[in-house]
Write a protein that binds this ligand. Structure first.
Ligand code: GDP
Length: 612
C-alpha cells in the first residue's frame, strides 16, 4: 500500500503545465508571432505593434472588408504576419476537457515496454471464436489464478514471461465501431483465414480495416487439420491483395494453426511477441491513466460498469476518472478472473465500477487528481456533447402525429434516443429501428446507450425533437416530470417487436386505439420485512403521485425494470388502504414476488385506452 501511495504521489499529470501555455499566448519572439486563438484586427495590431488601419488596408487590397473588431481567420493572421515581416506559428493549446486530442510526448527515460493489444479478425466461420477460446484456455495450468472467466471482454495472457492483451470481441464491427469513435486500441490484428475456404469478403474487409488503422497484420491460417486444407493457396490469394508472407519476400508473418485441435497456438503467441518487439510498444506508467472504454453496461446490482483499457499511465483503485462525459471514483477494479486489482498498468484491461453513468464503448477516459476536477471536466464535456448533439430539424415529438406530418410532406426524419439495459440490446434496438427506413421516413438514432433514462436524454430529445425509447429501463419520477415540462415523449417497451411495431404502425399511419400505461406514482423501498407464510413486505415512502391497492407495478432497481407485477396488498400501518399519496409511508406486498431490495422503486400504473 505504501508503495502504491508513493507511486501515486510521483505521478505526472497528463496535462502540460497551464502556466507554460499561457506564457506562449500571442507572443512575438525573434520575429515569430506565436498565436493560439482567434484574434480581432485590434488585438492582432496590438500584438504586432502596428496600426489597425494598416491591417484593414492590407486586407482591403485583397478584397476582404473587415472592421477593427472582426475576428480574423488563421490564414489571414498568417498573411498579415508575413506582410509585416514576421514569421508565424499557430500553437495548439491543450485543453484538458478535450483529452481525446491530447498528444502525450513522454520523455524516453520514462517509457517502459508495454504488452501488445491484439484483436482477432476474419471471415465468419473461419474460427475467430474458437481461436479466442483456444488462446484463453491454453496453458491454464500456468495461469496464476488457475481459472477461466468470461467476466470482461478482454484478457491478458502470459507467454514466455511477457503479457499479451487480447480484445475479446472478434469481428471487425467492434473494431470499426471503435475507430469510428476515434479510438484506436489495437496494436496488432490477427487475421484468421480458414485453410479450406480461403480469402473471403470479410477477410478483405478486415485487411482494409487494419490498413486504414495502420495496424500490422499477422495471418493465422486456421483449420489446417481439415482434409483438403491448402495453406499455400491462402497465401497466394492473400498476395493478390498485397498481404505478402515473409517467405515470399513480404513483411507479413504467417502461422498455420488449428484452433480446434490446438495446433500451432503457442507458435502464434510467440509470433505476436516478435511483432510486438518490432513495434517497440512503450508507455509511461508514472502518469495519470488514460485509455479507452472497451464495453460498458448497467449492472443490476452494481450500477454502471465499464471495461477500460489503460493505454498510458497507471490506473489505481480509488482514482477519479472522467469517462466520456461521465465521471466517478474507481470503487472497485477487477481483472478477467474477477480478482480485485489495486493498480492497472499500461495495456491492462479492467472492469471498473463507481461511475455515475454508463459510458459508451470507444469513449476515452482519463484519471484526474481530484474529484472536483473530474466532476467539473465531466460536466463541461456533457454540456459540450449536448450542444453537439442538438441537431436542428423539424422532427416529430410524438408518434401519434407522425403520420400526419409524413402525409403533409413535412416529415423526412424521426430522431430517436434509445436507452436500454445493456449496450447489446441498445444496438439491437437501433439496428431494428433503422431497418424501418423508407422513402418518406428516415429513422435517425441520435443517442443509443445503456442506462436509465436521464435528464440529459430529455434535454437532448427536447433540443432535437426526438422521441425517447426505453427498452427495459425506465425514467425516475423527476425525469418523467422533466419530460412532461419539455413535451418530450417517452415510450417504454420490454419486447423489441412491440417497440418496432409501434414505430412501424406510426409510420404507416395505422396507429390503432391501444391501451397505454399511465403511471400513477412511485414509492421508494426503505425497509424490507420478511413475514413468515406471507413473504416480503416492502416498507415504502411514496415519493411521487400515489400508489393504489389494485395497481399494476414495475419494480425498478438502478433504473432497470426487473419485474412486472401487481400489488397484492397495500397498508397504512396495520390497515388496508385504497390509495397512499406522496409523502406518506406504506407497506406493499407484491403478488408472487419476494426479492425486493432496499432502494428499489415500486412504480404503480394502470392501463388506459388511448383516444384516437
Ligand atoms: P467465427 O465465426 O470466425 O468465430 O468461427 P467459429 O470459431 O465459430 O468457428 C466456426 C466453425 O469452425 C466451428 O464449427 C468450429 O468448431 C470450426 N473450427 C474452428 N477452428 C477449427 C479448426 O482449426 N479445425 C476445424 N476442423 N474446425 C474448426
Amino acid at each position: 500500500m505504501d508503495n502504491n501511495n508513493k507511486n501515486r504521489k510521483n505521478r505526472e499529470s497528463n496535462i502540460p503545465n497551464k502556466k507554460d501555455n499561457k506564457k506562449n499566448l500571442n507572443k512575438v519572439q525573434d520575429q515569430v508571432f506565436v498565436f493560439s486563438k482567434a484574434l480581432t484586427v485590434a488585438e492582432l495590431a496590438k500584438e504586432l505593434n502596428v496600426n489597425p488601419s494598416d491591417i484593414i488596408k492590407k486586407l482591403f487590397l485583397q478584397k476582404k472588408i473587415v472592421t477593427i473588431n472582426n475576428y480574423l481567420s488563421d490564414e489571414d493572421i498568417g498573411e498579415i504576419c508575413l506582410e509585416f515581416g514576421f514569421d508565424f506559428k499557430k500553437e495548439e493549446i491543450i485543453d484538458e476537457e478535450d483529452f481525446e486530442k491530447l498528444v502525450i510526448n513522454d520523455d524516453a527515460e520514462n517509457l517502459e515496454e508495454r504488452p501488445p493489444v491484439v484483436t482477432i479478425m476474419g471471415h465468419v466461420d473461419h474460427g475467430k471464436t474458437t481461436l479466442i477460446d483456444a488462446i484463453r484456455n491454453s496453458n491454464v495450468a500456468e495461469n496464476e489464478y488457475g481459472g477461466i472467466s468470461q467476466e470482461i471482454g478482454a484478457y491478458q495472457k502470459v507467454v514466455n514471461g511477457k503479457k499479451i492483451t487480447f480484445i475479446d470481441t472478434p469481428g471487425h464491427e467492434a473494431f470499426s465501431a471503435m475507430r469510428s469513435r476515434g479510438a484506436s486500441v489495437t496494436d496488432i490484428v490477427v487475421l484468421v483465414v480458414a485453410a479450406d475456404d480461403g480469402v473471403m469478403p470479410q477477410t478483405l474487409e478486415a485487411i482494409d480495416h487494419a490498413r486504414a488503422a495502420n495496424v500490422p497484420i499477422i495471418v493465422a491460417i486456421n483449420k489446417i487439420d481439415v482434409p483438403g486444407a491448402n495453406p499455400e493457396k491462402v497465401e497466394t490469394e492473400l498476395m493478390q491483395h498485397n498481404v505478402i508472407a515473409e517467405k515470399y519476400g513480404g513483411d507479413v508473418m504467417v502461422c498455420e494453426i488449428s484452433a480446434k485441435k490446438k495446433i500451432g497456438i503457442s507458435d502464434l503467441l510467440e509470433t505476436i511477441l516478435v511483432e510486438a518487439e518490432m513495434l517497440e510498444l512503450k508507455a509511461n506508467p508514472n502518469r495519470f491513466a488514460i485509455g479507452t472504454v472497451l464495453e460498458a453496461e448497467l449492472d443490476k446490482g452494481e450500477g454502471p460498469k465499464a471495461t477500460l483499457l489503460v493505454q498510458n499511465g497507471t490506473l489505481y483503485s480509488s482514482d477519479y476518472v472522467v469517462v466520456g462525459s461521465t465521471y466517478g471514483k474507481v470503487r472497485r477494479m477487477t481483472n478477467e478472473y474477477k480478482q480485485v486489482l489495486k493498480e492497472a498498468l499500461p495495456s491492462t484491461p479492467v472492469a471498473v465500477i463507481g461511475l455515475q453513468e454508463v459510458p459508451k464503448a470507444g469513449d476515452h477516459f482519463m484519471a484526474f487528481p481530484s474529484e472536483k476536477q473530474a466532476k467539473d471536466i465531466a460536466e463541461k464535456r456533457r454540456l459540450k456533447k449536448i450542444a453537439e448533439e442538438r441537431i436542428a430539424n423539424s422532427g416529430v415529438t410524438s408518434l401519434d402525429n407522425l403520420f400526419d406530418k409524413i402525409s403533409e410532406g413535412l416529415m423526412t426524419q424521426i430522431n430517436i434516443i434509445v436507452k436500454a439495459d445493456s449496450t447489446g440490446s441498445a444496438e439491437a434496438v437501433k439496428s431494428s429501428l433503422e431497418k424501418l427506413n423508407n422513402d418518406q421516413v428516415k429513422i435517425n438514432v441520435i443517442r443509443n446507450a445503456a442506462g436509465a433514462i436521464t435528464e440529459s436524454d430529455v434535454l437532448l430529445a427536447s433540443a432535437s425533437k426526438a422521441i425517447i425509447f426505453g427498452f427495459n429501463v425506465r425514467p425516475s419520477a423527476l425525469v418523467r416530470k422533466k419530460a412532461e415540462e419539455e413535451d418530450v415523449e417517452i415510450r417504454l417497451e420490454r419486447i423489441i417487436y412491440a417497440l418496432i411495431e409501434s414505430v412501424e404502425a406510426a409510420i404507416k399511419g395505422k396507429m390503432k386505439k391501444e391501451e397505454v400505461e399511465t403511471v400513477l406514482g412511485q414509492a421508494e423501498v426503505r425497509n424490507v420485512f420478511k413475514v413468515s407464510k406471507v413473504g416480503e413486505i416492502a416498507g415504502c415512502m411514496v415519493v411521487d403521485g400515489s400508489i393504489v391497492s389494485n395497481g399494476l407495478v414495475h419494480i425498478l432497481r438502478n433504473g432497470i425494470n426487473i419485474y412486472d407485477g401487481q400489488i397484492e396488498s397495500l397498508k397504512r400501518f396495520k390497515d388496508d388502504a385504497k390509495e397512499v399519496k406522496t409523502g406518506y409511508e406504506c407497506g406493499i406486498k407484491i403478488l408472487n414476488f419476494n426479492d425486493i431490495h432496499e432502494g428499489d422503486i415500486i412504480e404503480c400504473y394502470k392501463m388506459v385506452t388511448k383516444d384516437e
